[in-house]
Design a protein around this ligand. Structure first.
Ligand SMILES: [Zn+2]
Ligand SMILES: [Zn+2]
Length: 328
């Protein structure tokens, strides 16, 4: 719905003249990058706007208040500013703080948005926050005075050196020690609409884990994929969602195939022929269960299952005949 409205230019009235001009094509992205790298002129001595006159309640303020973080991402990607004010001088940051939308606040913090800005009554977002975890997050931001890259940077934060929140390690970094990007939120997404910021260390770690996972998947060995994937899942490493999904699908396939292969091996020789039909049933149930989970079993393995089934049934029939004829 939000995407549809944006497509029909519904957000145009809420964009400032400068950002509206750069809406078409690549312009929007360039501007976002310019903002990111601090090229945008920032004058701390400019007079605050008169909220009564220029303030309006924006879609971003609404989404922030409601905690609809996915909508917030989409609107930010359209270059809507979280610092636009309503009639009371409240920014979208105030709205998120007041309603306790932690995820929205994390998003603003990861984009280096000022969380100390005051509304017309002199209230900062922290003053409006009621939820402990939201208060804690804002306090953590405002009390972090230096870049968390202690050895390599440690630069002091001020109005020019803005702090960016790394959602992976939950610390604040300067622009040089962090990266902001758009990634896919869900496997089926066609557009990258999730805003993320990672410190350089977390970004490198995530990219290394992605490489390891791709290499593991190329081996097509269950235990190799299992080891890397479980490490990623257990440590909540924020790898690309589509890669994660592909790895999970392959993991399940390799697991089921290994189980079926092991079972075929276990029925190589059966002492008690009376259990043979039961084994045939177990084997074929395994195949069915895998198919029900939409596992795309290897064709070669399906051939093995058929040959094994036929051999077992032939063996069972032969031994049944022999016993009924009492041939010893
Ligand atoms: Zn980090
Ligand atoms: Zn730094």
């Amino acid at each position: 719905m939000v995407r549809l409205l944006i497509k029909h230019n519904a957000c145009a009235p809420y964009l400032s003249a400068a950002s509206a001009a750069s809406q078409d094509g690549e312009g929007a992205q360039e501007k976002a990058q310019a903002q990111q790298s601090g090229e945008e002129e920032y004058d701390p001595f400019v007079k605050p706007k008169d909220a009564q006159k220029v303030g309006k309640y924006t879609p971003l303020a609404w989404a922030s208040y409601k905690g609809h973080y996915k909508v917030v991402w989409i609107l930010l990607k359209q270059n809507m500013s979280p610092l636009d004010i309503d009639m009371h001088g409240n920014t979208a940051v105030h709205q998120a703080a007041a309603s306790g939308s932690k995820k929205v606040l994390e998003c603003f913090l990861s984009r280096g948005v000022d969380v100390e800005i005051k509304n017309a009554r002199g209230h900062a977002p922290l003053d409006l926050a009621t939820q402990p975890e939201v208060k804690e997050l804002i306090s953590k931001a405002t009390s972090t005075k230096n870049c968390a890259n202690k050895k390599g940077c440690n630069s002091k934060f001020d109005f020019k050196n803005i702090r960016y929140y790394c959602e992976s390690c939950k610390q604040f970094f300067c622009i040089k020690c962090s990266k902001s990007m758009w990634v896919f939120e869900a496997v089926t997404d066609k557009e990258e609409e999730r805003s993320v910021c990672r410190c350089n260390v977390c970004a490198e770690n995530i990219s290394n884990q992605e490489k390891d996972l791709k290499n593991a998947m190329a081996t097509m060995e269950f235990y190799t994929v299992d080891k890397v994937l479980m490490h990623i899942l257990n440590n909540n490493i924020d790898i690309a969602v589509k890669l994660k999904h592909a790895a999970q699908v392959l993991h399940l396939k390799l697991e089921k195939e290994l189980d079926i292969r092991n079972f075929i091996r276990s029925v190589d020789h059966i002492d008690d022929y009376k259990t043979i039909l039961k084994s045939v049933k177990i084997l074929n149930d395994k195949v069915e269960a895998a198919k029900e989970l939409e596992v795309d079993l290897d064709n070669g393995l399906l051939g093995e299952v058929n040959r094994c089934t036929q051999r077992l049934i032939a063996e069972r029939n032969l031994r049944f005949e022999m016993e009924s004829l009492k041939v010893y």
